[in-house]
Design a protein around this ligand. Structure first.
Ligand code: AMP
Ligand code: GLY
Length: 431
C-alpha cells in the first residue's frame, strides 16, 4: 500500500473495474458506486478528500466536475469541460480533428435553420447515409441507413427538435465508412500522450449475430489478436498525437484518457469518434491488464507528467454483460440474483457490478446492464470459455446475454501495407 486514497466517480461496471485495479495499491472510495462495489459512499465527490480523483462517466466531465475539483486544488484524472467537448459536441470534435489532419469521414454540420442545405448535402453524399446529433444522446444520436427517405425523415426530426429536443438541433452529416471497428485508449497529460498498447472490440447490438437495437455494449474482448502490434503506433501517429497538439494550440490542457473509436477501412484507419473517458465495458477488459501501479500512472497523467507507456499484460480478457429482460428499451428490475459467489469462485473470474441493488442480504437487479462477467486467461478463446462457464452459474428471471461475445477473432494479422482487411471479415460479421 502507498497509503494513498483515491476517489472514483460513477456507479457502473467501469467504475467497479477502476476500483478493483486501483485498490491494488490504494484505499479506494467510489461515489455514488453501487451495492456491489466495495467502498461505495453516498457523499458527493466535491465533499470528499483524496490524493487522486478519477471521473468515470462523460456527463460529469461535460458538466465541469473536473474543473470544480481542480479549483479546490485536487489532482484529477479526467478533462475539464473544455476538452470534454470532444464527446459533448460531435461538431466541435470533427472541427478539431479536421484541423489536426486526422483521417476521418468527410462531414458537414447544419443548424435548425439550414434544413434545405442539409437535405441537399445528404442527397449529394449518395448513401449509405450517416446522420449524427451534435450533443450527448446516450449512444442513440446516430443513424446509419441506406434508405434515403428514412435519412431525410431523420434530418427533419433532429433539426426540428422532435428527436432529441434542443440538444439535438445541430446535426452532422457524414460520409459512410466501412470496415471493422476497434477501440483504442491513450493517456494524455496535457502536452503529450502515451498509448495503452492494446485494442478492444465491443459488441453494441443487443442480440446474437448483431441483431436488434444498439446498447451501451453487451460484451467486449481485448486484445484483438493479430492486428494490434502494427496499429498502436500508427494510431498514435495519425490521430492521437496530432489531436493533442491541436487541443494544446487551442489552449486546452487535456488530462485523462482519450478513447478513440476507429473504423479499419481499406484506406487505413479512420477516426469515428472520441470519447473522453474509458468505455464501459471496454474498461473491464483493458484496465486490469495494465501492469504496475495504476494509481501512480493515473496520478502522473493528472499531474501533467506521464513518463512512459504502461506495460500491458499479454493475457486476454473477455467480459459478458448480463442484462435485464427488456434492455435496452424497458428493463425489468427487482429480481433476486443467484449464483454470483459461485461464479466469482472460479479462478480467473471477476464479476463487475453495474445495475445492482441490495435487499436484505441478497443482490437484486436494478438497471439494464446488471453484471459484467469478466474472465482472464492466456488467450481470447480460453477467456471466452471461462467467462461463459461463469455466466452459466448466474441467473435471475428473464436474464439476457449474448452467446457470441468474442466468438470469432481474426486469424491472421492485417498487413498494414496492403490494407487488406480480409483477415477480419468474419469478425466484421460479428460487430
Ligand atoms: P459514434 O457514436 O459516432 O461512434 O457512432 C455510433 C456507431 O455508428 C459507430 O460505432 C458506427 O458503427 C456507426 N457509425 C458512425 N459513424 C459512421 C460512419 N461515418 N460510417 C459508418 N458507420 C458509422
Ligand atoms: N462501450 C462503448 C462506450 O462506452 O461508449
Amino acid at each position: 500500500m502507498t497509503g494513498k486514497r483515491v476517489v472514483v466517480v460513477g456507479s457502473g461496471g467501469r467504475e467497479h473495474a477502476y476500483q478493483a485495479v486501483l485498490a491494488r495499491t490504494a484505499d479506494v472510495v467510489v461515489t455514488p458506486g453501487n451495492p456491489g462495489i466495495p467502498g461505495s459512499v453516498a457523499t458527493s465527490a466535491e465533499d470528499l478528500d483524496a490524493d487522486l480523483f478519477v471521473i468515470g462517466p462523460e456527463q460529469p466531465l461535460v458538466g465541469g466536475l473536473a474543473d470544480r475539483l481542480r479549483r479546490r486544488g485536487r489532482l484529477v484524472f479526467g478533462p475539464g469541460a473544455d476538452g470534454a467537448e470532444l464527446e459533448g459536441s460531435k461538431k466541435w470534435m470533427k472541427d478539431v480533428v479536421a484541423a489536426a489532419g486526422v483521417p476521418t469521414a468527410a462531414y458537414a454540420a447544419f443548424t435548425a435553420d439550414q434544413l434545405d442545405e442539409a437535405l441537399a448535402y445528404l442527397r449529394a453524399t449518395g448513401g449509405p447515409y450517416v446522420i449524427k446529433t451534435d450533443g450527448l444522446a446516450a449512444g442513440k444520436g446516430v443513424l446509419v441507413t441506406e434508405n434515403l427517405a428514412e435519412a431525410e425523415a431523420d434530418v427533419h426530426d433532429k433539426l426540428s427538435g422532435a428527436a432529441f429536443g434542443e440538444s439535438g438541433t445541430i446535426i452532422i452529416i457524414e460520409e459512410a465508412l466501412d470496415g471493422p471497428e476497434i477501440s483504442f485508449f491513450a493517456l494524455c497529460d496535457g502536452t503529450k500522450a502515451v498509448p495503452i498498447a492494446t485494442l478492444a472490440q465491443d459488441h453494441k447490438r443487443v442480440g446474437d449475430g448483431n441483431i436488434g437495437p444498439n446498447t451501451g455494449g453487451m460484451g467486449c474482448y481485448s486484445p484483438v489478436p493479430g492486428v494490434e502490434v502494427q496499429l498502436v503506433e500508427e494510431l498514435m501517429a495519425v490521430a492521437i498525437d496530432p489531436t493533442v497538439a491541436e487541443l494544446r494550440r487551442r489552449g486546452i490542457d487535456y488530462r485523462g484518457v482519450l478513447f478513440a473509436g476507429f473504423m479499419l477501412t481499406t484506406d487505413g484507419p479512420k477516426l469515428l469518434e472520441y470519447n473522453i473517458r474509458f468505455g464501459d465495458p471496454e474498461a473491464q477488459v483493458v484496465l486490469p491488464r495494465i501492469e504496475g501501479d495504476v494509481v501512480e500512472l493515473l496520478s502522473s497523467v493528472a499531474a501533467g507528467a506521464v513518463h512512459e507507456a504502461p506495460t500491458v499484460s499479454s493475457d486476454a480478457m473477455v467480459t459478458v454483460v448480463l442484462a435485464s429482460e427488456g434492455y435496452p428499451i424497458s428493463p425489468r428490475t427487482g429480481d433476486k440474483i443467484e449464483g454470483l459467489a459461485a461464479a466469482e469462485a472460479l479462478d480467473g473470474v471477476q464479476v463487475f457490478c453495474a445495475g445492482i441493488g441490495r435487499v436484505a442480504d441478497s443482490f437484486t437487479t436494478s438497471g439494464g446492464r446488471v453484471l459484467n462477467v469478466t474472465a482472464r486467461a492466456a488467450d481470447v478463446e480460453s477467456a471466452r470459455s471461462l467467462a461463459y462457464e461463469a455466466c452459466s452459474l448466474i441467473s435471475w428471471p428473464g436474464m439476457v446475454m449474448r452467446t457470441d461475445i468474442a466468438a470469432v477473432t481474426p486469424a491472421t494479422p492485417i498487413p498494414t501495407s496492403s490494407r487488406s482487411i480480409t483477415a477480419m471479415s468474419e469478425q466484421e460479421a460479428l460487430r
